[in-house]
Design a protein. Sequence first.
Lengths: 750, 306
Amino acid sequence: MPDLLIELFSEEIPARMQGRARDDLRRLVTDGLVAAGLTYASAGAFSTPRRLVLTIEGLSAQSPTLREERKGPKADAPAAAIEGFVRSTGLTRDQLELRDDKKGQVYFAVLEKPGRPAGVIVAEVLEETIRTFPWPKSMRWGTGTLRWVRPLHSILCILTDEAGAQTVPLEVEGITAANTTAGHRFLSPGRFAVTSFDDYRAKLKRAHVVLDSAEREAMIWAEAGNLAFARGLEVVEDRGLLTEVAGLVEWPVVLMGEIGEEFLSLPPEVLQTSMREHQKFFSVKNPRTGRIEGFVTVANNATADHGATILKGNRKVLSARLSDARFFWENDLRTVTAQGLEGMGAGLAHVTFHNKLGSQADRVARIAALAREIAPLVGAQPDLAAEAARVVKADLQSAMVGEFPELQGVMGGYYARAAGLPEAVANACKAHYSPLGPSDEVPTDPVSVAVALADKIDTLTGFWWIDEKPTGSKDPFALRRAALGVVRLVLANKVRLRLLDVILAGYEPFDRQLRWELECEEQDADVEAAKRLDVPVSVFQDWRSKIAQEKRQRNGPSDFERRLFEIDLSNVPHPGASLLAFFHDRLKVYLRDQGIRHDVIDACLAMPGNDDLTLLVKRAEALAAFLKSDDGTNLIQGFKRANNILTQAEAKDGVEYSYGADPKFAETEEERALFAALDAAEAAIAPAMQAEDFAAAMAAMAALRGPIDAFFTAVQINTDNAVVRRNRLNLLSRIRQTCLSVADLTRIEG
Amino acid sequence: MTQTAPRSFQEIILRLQAYWAAQGCAVLQPYDMEVGAGTFHPATTLRALGNRPWAAAYVQPSRRPTDGRYGENPNRLQHYYQYQVIIKPSPANLQDLYLGSLQAIGIDLGLHDIRFVEDDWESPTLGAWGLGWEVWCDGMEVSQFTYFQQVGGHDCRPVSGELTYGLERLAMYVLGIDHVMDMPFNDPDAPIALKYGDVFAQTEREYSRWNFDQADTAMLLKHFEDAEAECDRILAAPALDPKTGKTIPMAHPAYDQCIKASHLFNLLDARGVISVTERQAYIGRVRALARKCADAFVTTEAGGAA
């Protein structure tokens, strides 16, 4: 069982692409080998900035011999048919076999596909993999036509067994596979031969290359921690940066430096962002002061001066960068002090949000109006919420956010405090973008909640309005994230609101604009008609209104009026209804992740008031808990049985049994007991539902389980006595009604 | 082999010229028009097209009106120099050749940390893109390294390798200077020692004022339209010259007008008279010119037409 080692050696592979490239290499090669009939014990992929590596252990030495029998024409078939069959098999006529079949003698071809050595298969699979590798972006170089992420320089491909290592014969675009590779670009540039994966990995280490990115990450993190610890500091964790930096070096050398005193007054987020984005530095924090006081950089070279020159250069670049950041910070502070935060945002009127949805300033005005509406529902002061909404986007105009877009919100918080705005407003600046994902923290401060909701509702209603809904995997405006944000804001803060009302409030400015545009259209038509007739517009309009009045008396409202009418009426399907369904979809996904079954959610969604998400979830949680109990499972069975019998009878009889079950027609004890139990349950459920105490309502419903079971055991519904039968069906109907008042149990599966 | 440390801005330029001349490049002179970057020189833009081998190196004065800071910012200038190398087809050892050029200007690869960090290059005005890196020396970007994939909407076959050095920044780093105006331009021990500021401080001030506040925008707009019209007109002229009876498509004169339009757009941008939405439209207009020039160039001898 040989082992296979592949190394594809190229110019520097972008760090962000290395992880997926490892997975793709492993998948494509192992899939190809398996498809060609080989098996293997294990496979592992590695990457450095200059190499993609795959090691496969326990590969079969060759593929198995395949035997295939093909049935041909009968022995007495026309010669042409037999000839055709012979050709299709690639054999000669005397190699065919004649066998007895039910209908006489038939030709058979026995085809043997001999197994092929692993080396031949590896060469084919690797060439195909290289030629079709799914890089997110690839290029050509020199005079070649091959595409790779950057120029590919060499291919190492060996099969190793007890007898030793053999190079797999392979050539791709003038690159011949060999058993050699090169070491670190600067520290060990020579080429050397290897005989196995272990040999390769060990020799690379000696040639200043750490093959495994996980090992490089661990080295960097440990060394950074040690350097910081020695000075009583700690490195700020940043997994993404660690992975990226490990993808930029083959031989990590970790160096630590201090940030100049003159920059320590900058907000920590600014220091961190500037250092991470521009320099790929880790931030080093002083745990006593909470300030960022140092940086860690990772070099790819071990130097005679132990990194002194490298550190000096990095420090110089950092100080130029931070001078820029300080310039932006001081400029922004001056602007805010002189003009206030709203003044800083004045330019938003000239920034397009979306060409169909107006400027950022238009959007801010809409969010402010909406935040004022939402405020009382979340316990915020309407004036304060509107004030916050008016300034939360102002930092988009700051120099700092212009340079570092990811600091939006964070800078707004600082600038709001600098402008002397209330703390709740400053918090809203930072928090109103949240939550940004399923695990992001949800704001709790009422003003932040109001503005965050208004921001997201405006985004959703706006894009719904212009019909830019997400489709399939396409969601360019991140509307799913916005809707999930609303769901999480409402649930985490147990906010009670009718979402449909809020959606309609969000639509209001767009509806108003459409009405206005229609009026303008009409106005323009008037002006044109008046010009054509050569009369003043007012005269024309006067004529028109008189004619219209007469027409209306004869024909009803005009087309134009009907269009206006449709917009105003909330009983015609409003796009807001499909937006509510979109929220429900997000809610379902969210609750499913919380372990609540989709049929439980459906059973609750079918109940009235389903746009009150907090209520909906309360009901769903109670129902889910109920269904986990013995009583719950059995009651569902009883309910379903009652419902099935009833539905069938109703279909058969063509009537609805919904009223008038009378205990006086009861013939058995069990029947009478069920009447009593239903009386008791109904008496308990109604007030519990009133109080939204779903658990109590369901407990009361659970008490029906015994009587229902006993009833079905003792009583035959379909008796010959029509009066008794009808009475029993009406009794089943009471079971159905009682149960459906809690949730739509017909939707529960199982 | 790392050489001794250079002593002045011009020594760095001279060493780069000598190094790339030794690698077989034709050392060209700057293009005699205002451009935003060395890539605009026809020796790069046009010569990257077609299948004829090419190797050139040159200094190109570059103008970026919006970057003017009246000569006060230590790193920003509205007029600066780029060093440009273009080799077609890109040689297999281009990275090594590049590292050799760093050694030639006194960067000891044993003491510094050189990194190739992903940076894909795209010029929306030239309709060009390529893949490559920005090269970092101790965390500072010292060059742009690109394998051209497309120029003027044409696939590059073969592919050119392009190197661009920001000369001031690179020289400041090598010479250990903090403010560009303090950098020795010629040898500091020369009888008349000149600093960068002695040569350029006054012009930076003058051009900053003109770029930002004084340039006549109505006139610039008109010049833009004129350049655009002239480019179109030149390219629309029949390739057959009636006077000489020869086929002479005028790709280069047309491309001059494209360069002009591009620079006028930059000036208008610095004057703040181009809105965000108009910006895209102007860039699209320049790109359309670049594309047509490229179309014309590939019909010429230098563009590889038989």
